[in-house]
Structures are given as structure tokens and as C-alpha cells.
Design a protein around this ligand. Sequence first.
Ligand code: PEP
Length: 288
Amino acid sequence: MQQIHNIFTKSSLLKRAFVSTSKRNFSSASTRTPIVGGNWKLNAGNGTTYSTVEELVNGLNEAPAPTSNVEIVCAAPTLYLDRVNQTLDSSKFSVSAQNCFYENKGAYTGENSAVMLKDLNINWTLIGHSERRDIFHETDDMLERKITNALNEQVSVIACCGEHKEDRENGTTMNVLVPQLQAMANGVENSTSKSWDNVVIAYEPVWAIGTGLTATPEQAQETHANIRAWLRENVSESVANSVRIQYGGSVTDANAKELGNMPDIDGFLVGGASLDAGKFSAIYSAFD
Ligand code: PEP
């Protein structure tokens, strides 16, 4: 762990980027509304049946509402999306799918469609989570096409990117992130609106997901600033300034405040801790 924390990426892209580790300044640096996502993965809350999903939903509904303007999105397993969407307090939470295919209809066994999500009033989807990439072999090409299709159907996207442990240790983090970011940019560019308004980027170092290892606030900030620098150079100044970038990777109630203070961290994507209503509410309250 210490080794990972001590390594800084060295690519030329990193050198070009402006890196600031000063505290988040809501009055000037950021007019971006923080957004915190809970990725429940293939978990029925803390159990395996709908009864434990219901416990989580009830816990979230009873949890304190954020006192500041924080958007909260819960990505439930597909089979429970509709019921969660009907029971989770919509004044506090939106509901998201964890994946959504690039076609809306046809012979695609096992897939979700953006049109069907909209039909159920589900307005968000994660795209390109590293578990989709590593376990289900999703490619950047698929990420690109999925983003285009979701945006065309007015489903907002949390698009994920991240490097593996070896990439960080080799100093090639941005070399790995750039093709992933390019796929996001292509996906938006190919959509009807060409607008980034409904896209959130989740930066999730794969070595930090579900491992208990968290990027230090400085490491996360550095990479977020580099992602923003890439957007500035390759998309536009206004997109670089307005797109929200979440950090994901073993975020807990104990480290959320410090990470959330960083100027380019606009929220979190939370896995394990999102299955506990108390911990999750403490995490989104870090932005209060
Ligand atoms: C995730 O699944 O996106 C994630 C960040 O998981 P965890 O918080 O458990 O590391």
C-alpha cells in the first residue's frame, strides 16, 4: 500500500497538467454540484433477497438528507431497479442502472436497454465500470457506443475510468486513462446533443476498488486535475470546468471528508460502503 501511495505518475501528459492540491473552494473554483453514487453491484443490500434490499432502502429513506446541494444516485441491481425506484425517496435519491447496452431492442440476451430504463423512469446508468471491463471484457469501443445510445435516450451517464496497480507503479496512469477518456469524448460527440451536461466521469483506480486501499487525497486530486487538463486540451475549456469528476475506490465515512475537500473531486462512486445506509449518508454528508 505504501508503495502505491508513494508513486507519482510521470507521463508527459501529467507534466503538462496543472496540479493543485489546495482546498475545495465552493465560492469560486467550483460551481459544480457534488454527486455521490452508490454502486450496489450484485448485492441485495447486505443479503441476497429483496428483503435485504428493502432494509437498505428503508435505511436510506430514514437517513439524514444532505443539507447542501448534493446529488445522490443509487445504482441497484437490474432485477430490483423498478422496485427500488418506486420505494426510494425520490426527493433525496435518484436510481441508476449499473450497465446499459448500445442497442435498445433485439437479440441481445441478458442486456438492459436505455429505452426500457426510461420506460421505468430510471434516468441514470453507470457505463464502463472496471468490473465490466475486466470480468465481462467490455472495450472502449463498447463504452463509446453505450454512452452515445444512453445520451440519445436521455439517460444520464456515470462513465468510469481507471488504471491498474501496475500502471500506477509504472507511471503510466494517464497513458491508460487517455483512451478511456477518448472513448467517452467520442461517445458524447456521436450523440445527438453532443452535450456533456448529462455525463459524470468516475475516476476509479482499479487497485483501490474493494481493496481497502484508497488513493491519497493528493494522488486522487492529481489525477482528477490531469483528467480536467485532458478535457481542456481535447474537448473544451467549458467542459473541463463543468464536468463533474467523482473519485471511487474504498471511499468510507472515515476518508470522505478529506478526499471531498480536494478542488477537483466533485463527489464519489462508492461500492461497499453504499450498502450501509449510515455509512453512505455519512459519505454524502461530507459535502455539507
Ligand atoms: C466501485 O465499485 O465503484 C467502488 C469504488 O467500490 P468500493 O467503494 O467498494 O471500493
